[in-house]
Design a protein around this ligand. Structure first.
Ligand code: ATP
Length: 306
């Protein structure tokens, strides 16, 4: 009997091991499912961008069941115009840009580009039509020219140079001993946040998409760099439908319309002047930001005098 019991125990052990293994595999598939959540619909057609009007129609979204992030968002970015989204940290601003790019699908409602639901078109065509200048640009361990050309590999040297010029980064590159052939990234030249963002702008200029998402860097840039980046961004967004995710108010003054997001809802919408006149949330944010900038300025001057 003892002789029999040992192998049975052993079989039990093997059985539990296999079951555990299967559970792990199930969990792995669950994870994979999450990643593969956004897929092309059977028979998805390429997006046909005509004018490039973006519409959010009663969009609800949550990353997990516990917390709703967007609770019914409706707005339009008319073709060729610039709409900026501002609001407190965590309000859901960047989430809006991720949904437009279809990194995730909406829980309910719809996102349309020129009347086409983004879930009905191929992801490849959607992403080819949208240029994204993200908060943090990932640079490849390759030359600066490669990094600018990324996404547009056939672009000639002159085109790359022209894009760099428009993005206000050509002066910086031309001062490097190896110029456009300088290696950047982890194992090369380390670029500052502002320089990386200008490389991303140059990349977007080359790609020349009809729709743009500008996700502004959260990290503060010095005023001069910020102005340079702002004028580069103004150039790229001219005539393109542009959604700006703004973390600083100074960059949205010129937008055709500003949406103030709070707790997943649109609290206010209007131009800079209209919103200031309303004396609501935007006007408060504006006052607070101006006070903070003035305080910083005083501190800087005091340091300089020391
Ligand atoms: P900020 O100005 O600080 O960048 P934001 O308004 O852009 O903020 P989002 O990045 O849209 O905010 O995030 C909205 C909320 O969703 C935050 O509370 C954040 O913690 C949460 N969130 C963001 N990404 C994820 C994710 N991948 N999984 C779960 N929750 C997330």
């Amino acid at each position: 009997l003892i002789q029999l019991a040992i192998p049975l125990n052993f079989i039990g052990f093997i059985y539990r091991e296999i079951r555990q293994g299967l559970t792990d595999i199930e969990q792995m598939f669950d994870l994979l499912d999450v990643r593969a959540e956004v897929t092309d619909k059977p028979g998805a057609v390429p997006l046909a961008v005509d004018a490039g009007t973006i519409r959010f129609d009663d969009v609800h979204f949550s990353y997990d069941k516990e917390r709703d992030i967007l609770k019914g968002i409706s707005f339009e970015v008319p073709a060729g115009e610039t709409v900026a989204i501002v609001g407190p940290s965590g309000a859901g601003k960047s989430t809006i840009s991720r949904l437009l790019f279809r990194f995730y699908d909406v829980k309910s409602g719809a996102i349309m580009i020129d009347g086409q639901d983004v879930r009905e078109v191929t992801q490849e065509s959607l992403r080819a039509s949208i240029g994204m200048v993200p908060q943090d640009t990932v640079l490849f361990n390759d030359t600066i020219a490669y990094n600018i050309r990324y996404g547009c590999p056939d672009a000639g040297e002159e085109e790359v140079r022209r894009a760099a010029e428009l993005a206000q980064i050509s002066g910086f590159i031309e001062k490097l001993p190896e110029g456009y052939k300088a290696m950047v990234g982890e194992r090369g030249l380390k670029l500052s946040g502002g320089e990386k963002q200008r490389v991303a702008i140059a990349r977007t200029i080359l790609k020349a998409p009809p729709i743009l998402i500008l996700d502004e860097a959260t990290s503060a840039l010095d005023t001069h760099t910020e102005q340079e980046i702002q004028s580069a961004l103004d150039l790229v967004s001219r005539g393109r439908t542009t959604l700006v995710i703004a973390h600083r108010l100074s960059t949205v003054i010129g937008a055709d319309s500003i949406i103030v997001l709070r707790d997943g809802l649109i609290a206010e919408q209007g131009t800079h002047r209209e919103l200031l006149a309303r004396k609501g949330l935007y006007a408060d944010m504006w006052d607070r930001q101006r006070e903070a900038t003035e305080a910083e300025e005083r501190l800087r001057r005091a340091r300089e005098e020391d």
